[in-house]
Design a protein around this ligand. Structure first.
Ligand SMILES: C[S@@+](CC[C@H](N)C(=O)[O-])C[C@H]1O[C@@H](n2cnc3c(N)ncnc32)[C@H](O)[C@@H]1O
Length: 235
């Protein structure tokens, strides 16, 4: 799956096929840590409580909801190229003010349908790993941020501590695809999850790519034994 267009098609189809079960599986398979991870990521934007934030690869909108929850005046533009993921999220939006502050739109993260210098923040939770051309996506994130705006990436990483590493690899490769396959009906989607985590950049490599895309003040913070990492950069 080297061709970028082929990867896009594959990723879009996989997310479409699991969209209805995505939130449930996310919560069960991460032992509900996903909520904590999104909370930590979103808090990094507390200096921008107003104005518009872009949630890229927004999926079923869990991070968009947290962004809107943490700042009552914030507006969130939620972009994803999988219509099924977005529409599943829209159907589940709560009947409170957040519903009117989240603006979902279909679009490609490697060609973001937004003007230059539009947002104070750009978040990407578990999406960068799925892009077919990471550098292109990072440059687009830089383009649509206002000068001084912040990029936050939440992404899976690989624990380094020996025992944790073995347990995690066993869970990711042997346990997770079986459970997820049964619940979602698409085992291949979760085999892809395991292989995409195994093949993803080391944190230092991704930080370097962020710098090459133009970001300054870059740093990262591992969470939960390094199962995920939050990356921060400023335009
Ligand atoms: C693992 S889900 C993450 C959803 C959500 N951000 C979350 O926190 O759960 C990854 C999402 O990225 C989207 N995606 C992958 N590549 C994309 C691209 N090039 N442009 C837009 N969305 C993309 C997929 O459709 C999918 O909904």
């Amino acid at each position: 799956m080297q061709n970028p267009e082929e990867k896009k098609k594959f990723v879009r189809e996989k997310f479409a096929s699991i969209s209805l079960r995505y939130d449930l599986l996310n919560s069960v398979l991460s032992f509900q840590c996903d909520r904590y991870w999104r909370w930590v990521t979103t808090r990094e934007l507390k200096e921008f409580p107003e104005g518009a934030v872009l949630d890229l690869c927004a999926g079923t909108l869990p991070l968009s909801l947290e962004l809107a929850r943490q700042a009552p005046s914030r507006k969130v533009v939620a972009i994803d190229f999988c219509e099924e993921m977005l529409s599943t999220g829209v159907k589940k939006l709560p009947w409170d003010d957040r519903r009117y502050r989240i603006f979902p739109a279909c679009g490609d993260g490697e060609k973001i349908p937004a003007l230059d210098n539009s947002f104070w923040g750009c978040t990407v939770a578990f999406g960068v790993r799925n892009l077919s051309q990471t550098e292109k996506g990072l440059k687009e994130m830089w383009r649509v941020l206002k000068p001084g705006g912040k990029l936050l990436i939440l992404e899976f990483s690989r624990p380094k501590t020996p025992v944790i590493k073995e347990l995690y690899n066993f869970y990711l490769n042997a346990v997770l695809p079986k459970i997820a396959g049964l619940v979602s009906g698409d085992k291949e989607a979760y085999e892809y999850l395991a292989s995409s985590i195994a093949g993803f950049y080391e944190p230092e490599e991704l930080l370097q790519m962020m710098r090459e895309a133009g970001f300054a003040k870059t740093y990262c913070r591992p969470l939960t034994f390094g199962v995920v990492t939050v990356y921060v950069g400023v335009k």
